[in-house]
Design a protein. Structure first.
Length: 450
């Protein structure tokens, strides 16, 4: 009975896979002809990169994506309407089938590694066997579960709930399903163009490895002369090594070195939570045993700007050239960090002024307050220059899109907290428009260079 069923399945699938193979061969022949003629396929659909001078230094800006997120030239449709979400899904599907035809073997390998990393070998094998139909299966999965099911931080504890607003939504039931599906599909498809079948990159997307802990990012930034929070102590999971005098600092912050989205953060106040190194060590032993951590100074935001975070997104192409994509500002948080942000703005990198809303990022920012527009954040240009240079010097080629988190301090200068592989951030931009996707493939992605 089983052999009969398998035979029937093969009889149905065989013509489909044969047609896929023939179409892929034809597509690759055409693409090779374009490359021989040194023609960028479809690049006429987008604006190319442009160089700008900032403080005497040249910075290349990803013009197409930058304008689409920061300076939109046309009035956009209502964010997260059925038509908007359908457009995002449609573009992600175009990207999927483009990969299916142009890079079939690479997509097979990527799909296997992606699903193995997030869901295990069984789903990985299943996804490869049914690859042409995988978007349909993902949609059915969204109907039954939701897009948060693949977020690794949900398997840790509830400490990331505040940060989950960057992924959740409060839309109507129909729009909610479409949004969840668009997120899951865009993260899967988008990272094919961002990372490809790179195991290190996919593992870092899932959870930071030893290669990309907070220690790594702090060193990269420090090497560029950037200001970072001072390191007061280091906890290796069992022993605390103090490196600064506690009396100098009124507030401290504990950060788990491989954590994300504020998971495990603990704020400590002098005389209230601790008075001596022994008190600090007792906190580590009771709450962080076996978890390497950093004890750093708590840096307060500029009082006029209140709690905020600037996300400087940069992209590096296979040739090693780095472009500024855009700058997002998170604000309106009622907690100590921007993880509880309620407002999202876009910043003009030349003036450091909020010039537009970032409502496109997530449905929870649709109600962003207009009070935050026209606000100047000092030092933004310096932050851009630092981020671009730091990205150029990153040792791993798969770190090709990075979000650099920084803030304006009480002294009106910039303090950097860390960098992050922007595997979750970049796909939101790729499928805002066809031009954005074409730009990324033509000028940034490894796909455009192979």
């Amino acid at each position: 009975m089983f052999s009969s069923l398998a035979s029937d399945v093969l009889r149905v699938l065989a013509p489909m896979y044969s047609a896929w193979a023939c179409a892929a061969v034809a597509f690759n022949v055409v693409e090779c002809l374009f490359k021989l003629a040194e023609i960028r396929i479809f690049s006429w659909l987008c604006k190319g990169p442009e160089a700008h001078t900032m403080k005497g230094k040249e910075v290349v800006i990803a013009t197409q994506i930058h304008q689409d997120t920061t300076f939109p030239q046309v009035k956009r449709k209502q964010w997260y309407s059925i038509s908007d979400l359908s457009s995002r899904i449609g573009l992600a599907l175009i990207a999927f089938f483009f990969a299916l035809l142009s890079r079939p073997f690479t997509l097979i390998r990527y799909t296997y590694l992606f699903n193995k990393t997030f869901s295990g070998k069984v789903k990985a094998i299943f996804s490869v066997v049914l690859l042409p139909f995988w978007p349909i299966i993902m949609f059915l999965n969204t109907l039954i579960f939701n897009n948060l099911s693949f977020l690794p931080m949900l398997n840790v504890n509830d400490e990331a709930l505040e940060s989950l607003q960057f992924f959740t939504n409060k839309l109507s039931p129909t729009a909610s399903v479409l949004y969840d599906f668009s997120q899951e599909l865009s993260n899967y498809v988008g990272n094919f163009y961002i990372l490809g079948p790179n195991q290190d990159g996919l593992q870092t997307m899932y959870w930071d490895t030893e290669k990309t802990t907070k220690v790594f990012w702090r060193k990269q930034l420090s090497d560029q002369g950037a200001r970072i929070p001072r390191e007061i102590g280091v906890w290796d999971g069992e022993t605390l090594e103090m490196r600064e005098n506690l009396e100098k600092y009124s507030s401290l912050l504990i950060k788990i070195t491989d954590s994300c989205m504020g998971i495990g953060d603990m704020f400590l106040k002098q005389n209230s939570d601790y008075t001596s190194p022994q008190d600090i060590e007792e906190i580590f032993r009771s709450k962080y045993l076996g978890k390497p951590c950093l004890l750093i100074e708590f840096v307060a935001a500029h009082p006029d700007l209140k709690v905020h975070s600037l996300d400087v997104l940069t992209a590096r192409d296979p040739a090693g050239d780095v472009q500024l994509v855009d700058i997002v500002c998170w604000a309106g948080s009622a907690s100590e960090t921007s993880h509880g942000a309620t407002d999202c703005y876009m910043i003009d990198p030349r003036s450091g002024t909020t010039c537009n809303y970032g409502k496109w990022y997530n449905p929870n920012f649709i109600s962003t307050s207009p009070k935050g527009l026209g606000v100047c954040y000092p030092g933004v240009t310096d932050a851009v220059l630092t981020a671009v240079q730091a990205h150029k010097n990153l040792p791993y080629p798969w770190l090709n899109v990075v979000g650099w988190d920084c803030m304006v301090t009480e002294q009106s200068d910039i303090v950097f907290f860390e960098g992050n592989l922007a595997a979750w951030r970049c796909p939101r931009r790729l499928f805002l428009s066809l031009g954005n996707f074409v730009y990324f493939v033509s000028y940034i992605s490894w796909v455009g260079q192979n």
